[in-house]
Design a protein around this ligand. Structure first.
Ligand SMILES: NC(=O)C1=CN([C@@H]2O[C@H](COP(=O)(O)OP(=O)(O)OC[C@H]3O[C@@H](n4cnc5c(N)ncnc54)[C@H](OP(=O)(O)O)[C@@H]3O)[C@@H](O)[C@H]2O)C=CC1
Ligand SMILES: CC(=O)[C@@H](O)[C@H](O)COP(=O)(O)O
Ligand SMILES: [Mn+2]
Length: 412
């Protein structure tokens, strides 16, 4: 390559991104000890000039959080669990890293000035801190999909009021984000989320009656936390993702579709009125969508496997079977019923997944429990409109109580 060509190439290279300004981009990571949190911190550690970590937040894994905080030289580390505060402060004593524990400490950590917050807490426990992260001038890289399932309208309204840009971390939504042409939104016909189908994709309902937590925790393609892994096995995760997509993109409910794609290589697709179907492909490694968010609107290098499509050879697609995977239908129906139903859906599912993992209910009971709980909550709170987070948490608490009763009846 001659010098003039090199100069030309360099001139075409984008100079700065949200993360490559003169000052490093300041980031807070919620759910730092989880699968999303650790993938995020891995990318950040590889780019110390580009990013600096302000706060890392977890629930109770104090020692692990302390190690991560040291590794990225965070300003502060916080456990949401009050009782883990002592373990955290001793693990970080002498490090110069500030520590805290409990809900107020989490909200104070979220309040520290940053450019981006990565929302990687699991479940509706993430709702308050992630809502609190919505402050003017920030970007929210959102993985915690339960925020949108529990409180999508409220969450998106707050983000809009605050002028916060939400970048989707969830692989399907990140894929769609990458191929969704905002300028041609009115020409979008369909948005398609792919689903691996989970470990029980080919099992009959009778066979699924017998499956164990250990089998359900073996996702065919992704390494993830326990809750989302079980949700993938029931396809509730895909139902949540339909709700998530409805809130994230300017589309109607009837434009959303799900396609089972066992290889998890094609993550999401957008179909346009001219017949074009645009897709994003990548190895099943969350560092690709996370990197897309961290570097947005540019790109950055990510240490993920490169696809060799010649070797992969076959990409296959199937229509989801709602008879064998009723959780997907429950979620789509909940979206049609509105906010109360989706909040109850998430809360009931959190209880159901935990009950399954601890051997108190069977795998197929998850959808039974969730369906009956959503119906019962709708009967009582059907017409409620969420004005604030406390309204959401009231429905969430009611659904949890009913779901616990369901589990107890099952066990007796
Ligand atoms: N893993 C993945 O590949 C993907 C995940 N997502 C979504 O991202 C979110 C995180 O998933 P994942 O990383 O797999 O989950 P993990 O179970 O691996 O991690 C959950 C994280 O949340 C923290 N946490 C739990 N409860 C609280 C709380 N009350 N306050 C503060 N922190 C809390 C945990 O802390 P501690 O370790 O101390 O308990 C941990 O850091 C979920 O919403 C999931 O649906 C979306 C797409 C892909
Ligand atoms: C990695 C990710 O985004 C998960 O949400 C993943 O999609 C789960 O796999 P399923 O497609 O099996 O739900
Ligand atoms: Mn996903």
């Amino acid at each position: 390559m001659d010098a003039a060509h090199q100069e030309n190439q360099a001139a075409r290279r984008p100079g700065k991104s949200a993360g490559s300004t003169d000052q490093p981009m300041r980031i807070t990571v919620l759910g730092a000890t989880g699968s999303i949190g650790k993938s995020t911190l891995d990318l950040i550690r590889r780019n110390p000039d580009r990013f600096s970590i302000v706060a890392v937040v977890a629930h109770s894994k104090a020692v692990e959080l302390a190690d991560l905080a040291r590794a990225v030289d965070a300003d502060c580390a916080v456990c949401a669990d009050e009782a883990s505060g002592l373990a955290l402060s001793s693990a970080l004593s002498g490090s110069g890293i500030a520590t805290g524990a409990g809900e107020t400490a989490v909200l104070e950590a979220v309040d520290r000035p940053v450019d981006m917050v990565v929302g990687g807490i699991v479940g509706s426990a993430g709702l308050k801190p992630t809502l609190a992260a919505l402050k003017p001038g920030r970007i929210l890289a959102l993985a915690n999909k339960e925020c949108l399932v529990s409180a999508g309208d409220l969450f998106m309204r707050t983000a809009e009021d605050m002028g916060v840009r939400i970048l989707p971390v969830d692989s399907e939504h990140n894929a769609i984000f990458q191929v969704f042409e905002a300028d041609n939104a009115s020409e979008v016909e369909k948005v398609i989320l792919t689903a691996s189908g989970g470990p029980f994709r080919t099992l009959s309902l009778a066979e699924m009656e017998q499956v164990t937590p250990a089998q359900a925790l073996k996702h065919p393609n992704w390494e993830m936390g326990r809750r989302i892994t079980i949700d993938s096995a029931t396809l509730m995760n895909k139902g949540f993702e339909v709700i998530e997509a409805f809130h994230l993109f300017p589309i109607r409910r009837d434009q959303l579709g799900v396609l089972v794609h066992p290889q998890s290589i094609v993550h999401g697709l957008v179909q346009y009125t001219d017949g074009s179907l645009l897709a994003q492909l990548g190895a099943p490694d969350m560092r690709t969508p996370i990197a897309r968010c961290l570097a947005w609107p540019e790109r950055m290098s990510a240490p993920v496997e490169r696809l060799d499509l010649g070797k992969i050879a076959n990409l296959t697609f199937e229509t989801p079977d709602l008879g064998r995977f009723p959780a997907l239908k429950l979620a789509m129906d909940a979206l049609d019923h509105g906010s109360v139903a989706t909040a109850a859906l998430n809360a009931a599912d959190e209880i159901a997944v935990e009950a399954f993992l601890t051997g108190r209910i069977a795998f197929l009971d998850i959808a039974r429990l969730v369906g009956e709980t959503v119906d019962a909550v709708l009967q009582q709170h059907g017409g409620v409109r969420f004005a604030g987070v406390d309204d959401v948490l009231a429905v969430d608490a009611h659904a949890r109580a009913l779901a616990v009763e369901w589990t107890e009846r099952r066990a007796s």
